[in-house]
Design a protein around this ligand. Structure first.
Ligand code: ATP
Length: 310
């Protein structure tokens, strides 16, 4: 649906995004991940037509978005990091106002408001003044204005930042329910949350996409990088390491030293056959004078993958 080619943006001399290439396919929830200042907001503002790129092409269903910005705004619902709410209006008044801005036919507005309020669970608060709502509900109102008019694509900048854990779960469920009928791009620096919500991932760092993958690829990468954390006691550490490396070589595993404390030295072992590795480890250990203190499975998180890539 969206194709981005060599997209760059300079603010004066500052290069905020640097030759980005990616696509957004129908029905996906894509997570744009990056630390503060990575270029997420800049990318999103360009995609939604609120900022002009310095270079590159962005196409929405084959149409150049820079040449046809109104088409883009019609097809994309946008939730900025700070939703553009009018706090003195009620939810209903505000959403009516946005419906008119989006040129929804006057006679269709009541049904559209009902649809959107029901989807975002706002029906019970529709007559409340926005400034009296909690942050979670304000985000809901922001999402509601983004989906008014049923745009094909929804783009959300940090939709969960500032929310408490209960609100995060509610907004995550809401985003997932939107997946049925929308393609979604969301940005976030809260990586575990993105992992739970999205099915494709773009890693943005210093304005560049350093890695992109779908969920299956990410899970495979996590599996490859996960391993056994093995703590062995015995002195000196060099002898322990030599012993472990010998076993690893036998079973085709790799060993990386993690750290040493008073109770022993810890290593991360990557192996295709944990069972074989453990059998070898234990079969020779009694005569070696080396003792296993802990062995536990070490799972890799999205943060670790991210830090590996940047
Ligand atoms: P955050 O999560 O902190 O909002 P971000 O990933 O959204 O970060 P951007 O806001 O896109 O990143 O900023 C990318 C880079 O461009 C940063 O170095 C930022 O300081 C710089 N930048 C953003 N807006 C401007 C501007 N109007 N003028 C100059 N530099 C800017």
């Amino acid at each position: 649906m969206i194709k981005v080619r060599n997209l760059s943006k300079f603010y004066g001399k500052k290069l905020a995004i640097d030759r980005l290439n990616f696509e957004l396919k129908e029905g996906e929830i894509v997570g744009l991940l990056g630390l503060n200042g990575a270029g997420k907001t800049t990318t999103i503002r360009i995609l939604t037509g609120y900022l002009i790129a310095t270079d590159g092409i962005c196409e929405l269903d084959g149409v150049n978005t820079f040449e046809h910005p109104l088409d883009v705004k019609r097809k994309i619902g946008y939730l900025p990091e700070t939703p553009p709410l009018y706090p003195e209006l009620t939810v209903f008044e505000y959403l009516t106002f946005v419906s008119r801005l989006k040129q929804i036919e006057e006679n269709e507005i009541p049904a559209e408001l009902e649809r959107v309020c029901s989807l975002t669970d706002l029906t019970d608060v529709k007559n409340k003044v926005i400034e009296t709502l909690s942050l979670g509900f304000k985000k809901r109102v922001g999402i509601a204005q983004a989906i008014l008019g049923n745009p094909e694509i929804i783009i959300m900048d940090e939709p969960i930042s500032g929310l408490d854990p209960k609100q995060i779960v509610e907004i995550r469920n809401l985003i997932q329910s939107l997946r049925e009928s929308h393609t979604i791009l969301l940005s976030s620096h809260i990586l575990p949350e993105v992992y739970k919500t999205c099915n494709r991932f773009l890693f943005l760092h210093n304005g560049r996409i350093v890695y992109q993958c779908d969920r299956a690829e990410l899970e495979k990468e996590m599996e490859n990088l996960s391993g056994l954390e093995v703590t062995l006691s015995g002195k000196p550490k060099a002898r322990v390491e030599e012993y472990l490396s010998g076993i690893a070589e036998k079973v085709g595993a790799t060993v990386r030293f993690v750290g040493e404390e008073s109770h022993g030295a810890t290593f991360l072992v990557n192996t295709n056959s944990e069972r074989k590795f453990k059998e070898e480890l234990f079969s020779g250990i009694s005569s070696s004078g080396i003792l296993p203190e802990y062995i536990r499975k070490q799972d890799v998180t999205l943060e670790q993958i991210f830090m590996n890539k940047v």
